[in-house]
Write a protein that binds this ligand. Structure first.
Ligand code: EZ4
Ligand code: CO
Length: 402
């Protein structure tokens, strides 16, 4: 069996997606998600100019060898662009294997550890009241876990909150627009939000929050400590992921669980955090962290330290990545939770959907492989539109983390 060809499909049904399609000489093809929000074209070039020519002629059944060909075999390794490309190749190859063996992906990586996948929703209001109201609506829809992000008094606009009445989508057309930020306003506000949320929503619902890399270690420690009475499911990215020793300071001061890694791309981003038990959840998704092949290793290492998964699942991960994550989550023992931001309807004009939400959980059907298809004609109707994530400045203009 041989890979006969491969191509990259770029489309923008509401937002940009990059999809890799690998064809075989047996008629079966596989799909992988190669979307890197705001840097899509870099991955397209990496795939088209360097990976696809080398893929043609290889036996698609040898997933481990092909993975290492593009990782170990390449001198310039790691980094989000090359790892998004490797991830897409890996997902497409697992998709092919599942289709060839006529079985869903989860059966190839251990079978079912569970029938349903716990997910968390996003409540993102312009102020405390609106955020808690939105959370209530989501709980009424059946969600057992909700992430709270709120507008901050004194700040024009905040991460996680839509600018208008449209659903939240951080990438905007054209060059990056500028957000403004003030950590002390943020730190003064967030504990009160969660105090009120617990009072209104009760003790049972899981509450989460994303700091989005914006605190120094001691600021993050203060926040994690002040949030302790409200028993968060997790506090995400309390410090920038590149500052790993900073987590030690947060850990020393608080028992609030910590989730990190949506911007990570290999196990080497995690080895310190896992082995020193500085985190509780790994967030690196299958579409950025080397696909199924590499995430199996990360999850295995995490499991040794009783650390669970909680994959990134924002709208910039295509339905291919979401379905692949659901197979992964179905199979492994140390699954924790899955982020779930439903795609707009227009996305499913292009991508099929083999998963559905019911009463707080996502379910996936047993179609072979990953189980998602792409309608290329429809994809063509929505051509790529340059869009970027924002940049962030402090109120005095100083460049900051977004
Ligand atoms: O900012 O997906 O936890 N979720 C997040 C997301 C990310 C975007 C970046 O592309 O932090 O909202
Ligand atoms: Co995040």
């Amino acid at each position: 069996m041989k890979i006969s060809n491969a191509k990259v499909i770029v489309c923008c049904p509401g937002r940009n997606f990059v999809t890799l399609k690998i064809y075989t000489d047996q008629g079966v093809y596989g799909l992988g998600d190669a979307t890197l929000n705001g840097r899509e074209k870099a991955v397209v070039s990496y795939l088209e100019d360097y990976c696809i020519p080398a893929l043609v002629g290889k036996d698609p059944r040898n997933i481990e060898d092909i993975w290492h060909y593009f990782y170990k075999g390449v001198y310039w390794k790691r980094g989000p662009v090359s790892m998004a490309a490797i991830s897409a190749i890996d997902l497409a190859l697992w998709d092919i294997k599942g289709k060839m063996l006529n079985t869903p992906l989860y059966n190839l990586i251990g079978g079912k550890s569970r029938d349903r996948i716990l997910v968390y929703a996003h409540a993102n209001g312009k102020n405390q009241e609106e955020t808690i109201e939105q959370a209530q609506k989501e709980i009424e829809q059946g969600f057992k876990a909700v992430r709270l992000q709120s507008g901050i008094p004194g700040l024009d606009h905040t991460y996680g909150v839509p600018r208008d009445d449209k659903p939240y989508e951080p990438a905007q057309k054209g060059l990056p627009h500028e957000d403004y930020w003030d950590t002390s306003k943020y730190l003064n506000f967030v504990p009160g939000l969660f105090a009120k949320a617990r009072e209104v929503l009760g003790a049972d619902v899981h509450l989460l929050h994303d700091v989005h890399h914006r605190c120094t270690p001691i600021e993050a420690a203060r926040l994690a400590k002040e949030l302790e009475p409200f028993h968060l499911f997790w506090l995400e990215d309390p410090v920038s992921g590149e500052l790993q020793d900073g987590l030690e300071i947060v850990r020393k001061h608080s028992t609030t669980p910590i989730a990190i890694g949506e911007v990570f791309n290999t196990v080497y981003d995690y080895t310190t955090l896992i082995a020193r038990q500085l985190i509780d959840y790994v967030r690196m998704p299958v579409s950025h962290g080397g696909g199924i092949t590499h995430l199996l290793k990360v999850a295995a290492m995490a499991s040794v330290y009783h650390i669970n998964t909680g994959f990134h699942g924002a709208t910039d991960l295509s339905p291919v990545a979401m379905a692949a994550a659901l197979h992964f989550n179905t199979a492994i023992n140390n699954f924790g939770i899955q982020e779930y931001m439903p795609h707009q309807e227009i996305v499913h004009e292009v991508f099929t959907k083999n998963y559905w939400f019911k009463d707080g959980y996502l379910y996936i059907d047993d179609s072979p492989g990953i189980g998602i298809d792409i309608d290329e004609k429809k994809a063509q109707r929505y051509p790529y539109e340059m869009a970027c994530l924002p940049v962030n400045r402090k109120l005095d203009g100083t460049m900051f983390y977004w």
